[in-house]
Design a protein around this ligand. Structure first.
Ligand code: KG4
Ligand code: ZN
Length: 332
């Protein structure tokens, strides 16, 4: 089986191709970063229009690099829920057209479920239950994955998503969008103990996350400082440490309480180098196994959507041509 996965929920137009042995035949990602760095964030209307421009050549490039033709495709999976509505609509309309014209099954995938399948593409095995921390610009979720199509959200964010917090902190520092990778890089030569920022809800039993208090405190401290240039690396490292320590502590605490011994990391923030190091260290102390896929499978990509689609197809969970894009919805 050859599954095509289409992802257009935010600012990456991506087409991935995965087979039923979970081999990634292609994973082409057309990033819109240059476009959005000019405005300091994603303008939904602009992003949707760019998806329209990019989707056809992204598909062509994916087929070309996999040495496949459209007629080889068994089914088309598409991110249909969770994201910017106009952006999702582009992918959903395109996938419907492919499904109709090629007479192949159409499979709608929730964006967070797509992220959950990113680690599987690299690990090739998926112990159940496992705990997935998926954190990006639009969500921060702790998901108990009981089996394929069986998810329980243990924790969510009450306000900002972790990636959003990184992006906003970067903006306060005058850095371009997206801020996460830049803060990650600056932090490598910064002192994470130089400034102490709050770790909201970190010690509470609640599995919810909250990052807006940290963001406000960061903004206040930066404003008081005036010239941030001499402290840029230390500010970045100290901010990053507060976000990452919170993510690691709450994830490993939840794993122990739930008696789950495998943690997977997904979503753009899972590309963070400090998160990957700290999670592995803490997990080792707590006798937990952590699986962090390569960075290209953490950020938005079509291959993860194709992988999620493969398991839905195998269990007959296909969509009709009435599939609609939805900005939010249940994790199914
Ligand atoms: O999953 P993703 O590609 O798109 C969304 O679904 O949002 O995640 C993008 C988010 C952005 O907020 C970006 O700043 C953040 O992930 N991100 C990072 C890193 N790489 C991407 N955050 C921290 N450290 C990184 N290395
Ligand atoms: Zn995402």
């Amino acid at each position: 089986m050859i599954i095509l996965g289409i992802e257009t929920s935010c600012d990456e137009t991506s087409v991935g191709i995965v087979d039923d042995e979970l081999a990634i035949r292609a994973n082409v990602i057309a990033s819109q970063i240059d476009l959005h760095s000019r405005t300091g964030g994603v303008v939904p209307e602009v992003a949707a229009r760019k998806h329209v421009e990019s989707i056809i050549w992204t598909l062509e490039e994916a087929l070309y690099s996999a040495s496949l033709r459209l007629s080889d495709v068994t089914a088309v999976a598409v991110t249909s829920t969770h994201g910017l509505l106009g952006c999702l609509s582009v992918g959903v309309s395109f996938a419907k057209a492919l499904s109709y014209s090629l007479q192949i099954p159409l499979i709608g995938v929730h964006h967070i479920v797509g992220h959950i399948y990113g680690p599987l593409l690299a690990a090739k095995r998926f112990p159940f239950p496992h705990l997935c921390l998926t954190a990006s610009g639009g969500h921060t979720c702790l998901v108990r994955v009981n089996g394929h199509h069986s998810y329980q959200i243990l924790g969510d964010t009450l306000d900002d998503a972790a990636g959003e917090a990184f992006d906003k902190a970067a903006r306060v520092l005058g850095l371009p969008f997206p801020g996460g990778p830049i803060i990650d890089n600056l932090s490598r030569s910064g002192d994470a103990k130089a400034f102490l920022f709050p770790r909201p809800l970190m010690r509470s039993k609640s599995r919810q996350f909250s990052f807006s208090g940290l963001k406000t405190d960061f903004l206040r401290r930066v404003r008081q400082m005036g010239d941030v240039e001499p402290h840029l690396h230390d500010l970045a490292a100290s901010f990053q440490e507060a976000v990452i320590e919170t993510l690691v502590r709450k994830t490993t605490d939840a794993a122990l309480v739930e008696r789950i011994d495998t943690i997977t990391l997904a979503g753009g923030v899972a590309a963070n180098s400090r998160l990957r190091i700290m999670m592995s260290e803490v997990a080792e102390r707590r006798r937990l196994t952590v699986f962090a896929p390569p960075r290209s499978l953490c950020t938005d990509n079509g291959a993860m959507v194709a992988a999620a689609g493969l398991f839905r197809l195998q269990d007959g969970l296909v969509s009709g041509l009435d599939l609609d894009a939805q900005a939010s919805g249940q994790l199914i």
